[in-house]
Design a protein. Structure first.
Length: 206
């Protein structure tokens, strides 16, 4: 047995060729897995940031409709002057027949006076005072409709505003006096109303 070591000759060219072959196969597989690069000018696939474009104000925003405009759209067309005239004549004739029937059953009842502006204002006045508890029999608890009274007073205020400049001095004086009395009664009534669960205002330290 010889003590001379044995040497094995390895062909490095063969190993290098195999490494390059494996490297090429790996690169090809990687290329198949990676998506192709987008062409110039084409958007890249996948999620992208979308920026909202400002709205073009091509049309002016329409203003909100008023209550009068909404009512005008909901109501049917107004009658013509001829239709109103015919209806008024028919109404007067029917009212007269009704009055004749009542007077025939009650001869002591005289003819009803024509309705004027003063009766309209008095009707508002009576309604408002009754809603605020006036006319309650003694010993009974008054039933107050404070919100109804407020609506009645506001309606009378609308009437005063719409008829301004179209009333006689006596009519305007009566209307303003009734409004004043109703508003004073409303103030006196609401001053006695206590609101629950509302703490009193803190006193200032002087």
């Amino acid at each position: 047995m010889s003590d001379t070591p044995k040497f094995e000759v390895i062909d490095r060219r063969k190993i290098k060729a195999e490494e390059e072959k494996e490297s090429g196969e790996t690169a090809a597989a990687t290329a198949q897995m990676e998506p192709a690069a987008p062409a110039h000018g084409e958007p890249a696939p996948g999620p992208r940031l979308v920026v909202n474009e400002p709205r073009k104000e091509t049309e002016a925003e329409e203003p909100a409709q008023t209550v009068e405009q909404q009512l005008a759209e909901e109501l049917p067309p107004a009658p013509t002057a001829e239709e109103s005239k015919e209806q008024k004549a028919a109404y007067d004739a029917s009212a007269q027949r009704l009055e004749d029937v009542i007077r025939a059953q009650n001869p002591a009842v005289g003819a009803q006076p024509p309705v004027g502006f003063d009766q309209l204002v008095q009707q508002f006045y009576l309604s408002g005072m009754l809603q605020m508890g006036a006319g309650t029999p003694e010993g009974q608890r008054a039933r107050v409709d404070i919100m109804g009274a407020r609506a009645t007073i506001d309606l009378l205020g609308v009437l005063a505003e719409k008829t301004k400049g179209n009333l006689t001095q006596a009519e305007d004086s009566m209307l303003q006096s009734v409004l004043f009395e109703l508003r004073m009664a409303f103030l006196e009534l609401t001053s006695m109303v206590s609101v629950p669960n509302v703490p009193p205002a803190p006193k200032s330290r002087g």
